[in-house]
Write a new protein. Structure first.
Length: 202
């Protein structure tokens, strides 16, 4: 079975990206990733995604798609090769720059990574504080993003009180709350009802 990841450039104001303004958002050069258990997830991957592009990465489970996303947010390091994200070289990035870099990349993982004992609102607060957002921004941004995904009335619910599709919407709202330049979806519709797929991916 083929699974997919996709990336797109967020454009909150709905403005088209002109050809003359395109720049490289993501660049992987000869990237190799071998895990400590000996698993070779990537073997010499090179790719470039430009500003404004909508890109699908397709492959079976275990082909390295989730590994690529983890590399892009600095969660893991490549064994060899170079990873560039929004102008940051992840091999040379300084510790104080990491929160700023992660703020430019919104990720929705397959398992959503919600904290079970925190409400929807507190899950989003936790993520925004982790990248340095202040109280005023948090108070303004969270209701706006929950409204975008149709969950404005469920901010005080725990993840266990939500359906799988609603949990994924929370993960999307949490990613959007960071004002990312790039959105990365890992299995973007895996937990959604078919009739909601178009709504989430629009």
């Amino acid at each position: 079975m083929q699974h997919f990841v996709h990336f797109w450039k967020t454009q909150e104001h709905g403005l088209p990206v002109g050809k003359g303004t395109q720049k490289s958002m993501i660049r992987l050069t000869d990237v190799v990733k071998e895990y400590p258990n000996g698993t070779h997830a990537l073997n010499g991957l090179s790719m470039e995604i430009m500003d404004g592009e909508f890109v699908f990465m397709v492959g079976p489970s275990g082909s390295g798609k989730s590994t690529v996303i983890k590399l892009l947010i600095g969660e893991i390091e490549p064994t060899e090769g170079r990873v560039m994200v929004n102008g940051f070289s992840l091999q040379n990035i300084r510790e104080w720059q990491i929160p700023h870099m992660r703020r430019t990349v919104g990720v929705i993982f397959q398992d959503f990574r919600l904290i079970d004992h925190k409400t929807v609102y507190d899950n989003m607060v936790f993520a925004m504080r982790a990248v340095g957002s202040g109280p005023r921004e948090i108070k303004k941004r969270i209701p706006y993003c929950l409204n975008l995904v149709g969950l404005e009335n469920k901010s005080r619910r725990l993840p266990s009180e939500l359906s799988g599709g609603e949990q994924q919407r929370v993960a999307i709202a949490r990613a959007l709350a960071l004002h990312p330049d790039i959105l990365c979806f890992d299995e973007p519709t895996s937990a959604l009802d078919p009739e909601l797929t178009g709504e989430v991916l629009r």
